[in-house]
Design a binder for this molecule. Structure first.
Ligand SMILES: [Ca+2]
Ligand SMILES: [Ca+2]
Ligand SMILES: [Ca+2]
Ligand SMILES: [Ca+2]
Length: 387
């Protein structure tokens, strides 16, 4: 994980230090285009953070403009996730969607497609995450399966990094455990030295928290730690799975929202008006010894919108508190920047506009800094001309 943490520092450097930043839409001016998932990383190590948008990689030319970088054939789909798969110090990228590929970074600005991936038994994925699940210093891959509507729900799998760019299928969901996952993110919520994995599940499915103790299989502990969602009556769904009705989670974000040193969780729920559908949740990590989460949502006072999708945390005004940028899906809804006032109160700072582009902001945790290992799964957003 060392390499990915270094990337987070690089991303944080350009953040403005003024107390009232103004954001201006420079998408066209800098030569960015395209849609889909966006994920930042300085893949060529020149100090300028580059970005993969959907299936297109853009190299940042000294903060002035972006140039397209050719990826090997077959690399790039709906989105990707960066990590140093080979341990050579160069960030590699795994891309997912209706196909999968790993592009190994040659260190000279070019990539070579790896032929070391096994067959992946998922027809559609909307999220993946690099995390070392075997405690050997090599980044493994958690790949979340989504669904084909009313037909099939796909497995989640873990690919084990065997070294030299070779991966093997190390784990997969049970048939009963399949869920319609929309996002994956990892953080060491219990300070064990191993990053744990949170899976955002859609279709009112409970979310998963996989406890990483450095070996497989991992234990799923979301319900007992208070992060599965609010369980209600059981329903049956496509493919013969059943579960307690909870939330339509699209993206989630880890971050220390109250600066007590323990990493909290924000769960981004899309929610139709019926009150039984979970609203977005602020979950406070109560720390040792139990590491359970307390629902602070009522106190935080988030304004409800139906189509909230993906959260991203960053301290945009350098107040020392992580703020929340929350995207939406429906054209009538608006992306919102919520300023963290401390004490679990947020203040609605900005209403976005329609037809917006996705943002993914790194988190800052007081003395510590954290990078989410994968980006939010869905939502269109922008930060345009507000003060
Ligand atoms: Ca760069
Ligand atoms: Ca590498
Ligand atoms: Ca842990
Ligand atoms: Ca905390």
């Amino acid at each position: 994980m060392t390499r990915t943490i270094v990337v987070a520092f690089a991303i944080l450097l350009p953040l403005p230090s003024c107390s009232e930043p103004i954001f201006r839409d420079v998408t066209d001016a800098v030569g960015l285009s395209g849609g889909g998932h966006a994920v930042w990383a300085d893949f060529d190590g020149d100090g300028w953070v580059d970005v993969l948008i959907g299936d297109t990689l853009f190299r940042n030319i000294e903060g002035e403009r972006f140039e397209r970088v050719e990826l090997p054939e077959g690399v790039g789909a709906m989105g990707g996730t960066w990590g140093d798969a080979t341990g050579d110090g160069n960030l590699d990228v795994f891309t997912f969607g209706s196909s999968f590929a790993l592009a190994l970074n040659n260190g000279d600005g070019t990539f070579t497609r790896s032929d070391g991936l096994p067959e992946i038994p998922i027809s559609l994925s909307r999220g993946a995450c690099w995390v070392d699940v075997t405690a050997n210093g090599r980044l493994d891959l958690y790949i979340a399966g989504y669904e084909t509507w009313q037909e099939e729900v796909y497995l989640d799998v873990i690919l084990i990094n065997e070294g030299d760019g070779e991966f093997s299928l190390g784990w997969q969901s049970t048939p009963e455990g399949r869920r319609s996952a929309r996002g994956v993110t990892a953080a060491d919520f219990n300070d064990s030295g191993h990053a744990d994995i949170y899976v955002s599940n859609y279709r009112l499915q409970p979310n998963y928290l996989w406890l990483n103790d450095g070996s497989l299989p991992m234990e799923e502990i979301a319900a007992e730690h208070g992060v599965a969602g609010v369980a209600k009556s059981e329903i049956d769904y496509t493919g013969g799975i059943s579960y307690p009705v909870s939330g339509h989670t699209i993206g989630s974000a880890w971050g220390d929202l109250d600066n007590d040193g323990w990493i909290d969780l924000f769960v981004g729920n899309f929610s139709h008006p019926p009150a039984y559908q979970d609203r977005p949740q602020f979950l406070r990590n109560t720390g040792p010894p139990d590491w359970r989460f307390e629902d602070m949502s009522e106190r935080a006072g988030l304004h409800w919108q139906e189509s909230y999708a993906s959260p991203a945390l960053a301290d945009y005004n350098n107040s020392g508190y992580l703020d929340l940028y929350f995207t939406t899906v429906y054209s009538g809804d608006h992306s919102v920047l919520y300023r963290n006032e401390g004490g679990w109160a947020v203040h609605r700072r900005h209403r976005g506009k329609r037809d917006q582009r996705r943002q993914n902001l790194p988190g800052r945790l007081g003395r510590l800094q954290q990078q989410r290992s994968t980006r939010p799964a869905h939502g269109w957003s922008t930060l345009r001309e507000h003060a």
